[in-house]
Structure formats: structure tokens, C-alpha cells
Design a protein around this ligand. Structure first.
Ligand SMILES: [Zn+2]
Length: 148
């Protein structure tokens, strides 16, 4: 089984909420492409996609391609199950995504999950890369693994 079809979370986990602002981003995720919403007016990049730029309040955006590589910015280990099938602990993480070769004026951070790691291995700043959890033909969710 390759990384694109692997599952780490049960089907009983809530599905992502998609709206007209986040739909293009989720469509890129379904194609296993990491992107960020970038404001055409001020070059601020943000995730998750939103109706307005959090920097200049503009609303003219494009998706900018990212490598899917980054670093662990912060995390928490969850020891209480969300569902009965949940493997514990699971890690909620904020990933700071690399923007090399992609001009934007700020760090781009995404809240996600770290998978296939031991709690003892958690270390702020450690390099990570995206892995895609395919929930359906329409939905792939970006999770992250430590890069060894
Ligand atoms: Zn802006």
C-alpha cells in the first residue's frame, strides 16, 4: 500500500467542511497537490482559505503551489478518543510549510496531524513532509510524517 492510499483515521472522524472559498484548495488536495491561498494584492499567504485576506482584507486570491515539506511548529498529543475506533494517542500539529521558490510575505502554517510517530520523537522544528489520506475520490486530507 503506498502513502497516497494509506488510512490513519477511522471513517467515523468528521469529514472536512468545504465552502466556496476552500473548494479550490480541497480540489488540489484531491489531486495530492499542497497549495496555499495567496492574496494577489499584498502577497500574504494563508491556510485555511478564507473569504478575506487576514492582512489587507482583500478578496482577490490565487492558489500558490507548495512542496508539502515543512517543519513541526507546535503540537499536542491527544489521549482521549474522538471515536471508538481511534488509535491513541494521536497528534494534532501545526506545520510551518516551506515556501521556497514561492514568493509570499509570511510563514504559511497549517493545522493537521502527524502520523506514524512516537510521542517521544516529537520535537519542535523537526522536518516533516505531507502524506495524503484518501477518504474518497473527492476528498484527500493532508497529514504529515517526520522526514528521516
Ligand atoms: Zn492581502
Amino acid at each position: 500500500m503506498n502513502e497516497q492510499t494509506q488510512r490513519w483515521f477511522p471513517n467515523s472522524m468528521p469529514a472536512p467542511m468545504v465552502d466556496k472559498y476552500s473548494l479550490p484548495w480541497w480540489q488540489a488536495c484531491a489531486e495530492n497537490r499542497m497549495t496555499a491561498q495567496r492574496c494577489k494584492s499584498c502577497n500574504h499567504a494563508q491556510l485555511p482559505p478564507a473569504p478575506l485576506c487576514s492582512e489587507c482584507r482583500g478578496n482577490d486570491f490565487e492558489l500558490t503551489a507548495l512542496s508539502g515539506k515543512g517543519r513541526l511548529y507546535t503540537y499536542t498529543a491527544v489521549h482521549q478518543p474522538v471515536s471508538m475506533e481511534q488509535t491513541l494517542p494521536f497528534i494534532i500539529a501545526v506545520i510551518e510549510l516551506d515556501v521556497e521558490g514561492t514568493p509570499c510575505k509570511n510563514p504559511v502554517r497549517l493545522m493537521s496531524n502527524l502520523v506514524e510517530c512516537e510521542e517521544a520523537d516529537l520535537e519542535i522544528g523537526k522536518p516533516v513532509h505531507v502524506v495524503w489520506e484518501k477518504m474518497s475520490d473527492m476528498v484527500s486530507i493532508p497529514r504529515f510524517k517526520f522526514t528521516v
